[in-house]
Design a protein around this ligand. Structure first.
Ligand SMILES: [Zn+2]
Length: 120
């Protein structure tokens, strides 16, 4: 897998922004198509999902140091951040580094730490 840290962050941010866009599209659709109590039942979850996805976009972390990237991560979603970020401002890892080289599997939060049994 040749995914770089930049690709990894970009993929996560784009997924969250797609969720936010879908929720945002539900709001005018619900206002036009439905009315009364049904409208409220659609609008409240749509607003909550929209807000949650936007907040989650700000909470995406650097895969190496696990520090939240905030606006830097959001800007990387569509390459709109200027100047283009080249490295993590907290740990210094280059965003063009392959993800597997920067984050060894034993340090992965997904895989957890490898348990090593010691003889007694
Ligand atoms: Zn970092």
């Amino acid at each position: 897998m040749n995914e770089t840290i930049r690709d990894h962050i970009r993929r996560r941010e784009r997924r969250l922004l797609l969720i936010a866009l879908s929720a945002w599209l539900c709001i005018p659709s619900a206002l036009v198509v439905t009315e009364g109590r049904t409208q409220v039942l659609i609008l409240i979850p749509a607003v909550l999902v929209l807000a949650g996805a936007l907040v989650a976009g700000m909470l995406v972390r650097c895969p190496k140091c696990q520090t939240r990237l905030g606006e830097l991560g959001l800007g990387m979603a569509f390459n709109i951040a200027r100047p283009r970020a080249c490295f993590c401002p907290y740990c210094g890892v280059r965003f063009d580094t392959r993800l597997l080289l920067a984050v060894p599997p034993t340090a992965s939060p997904v895989l957890g730490h490898t348990r090593v049994d010691t003889p007694r």
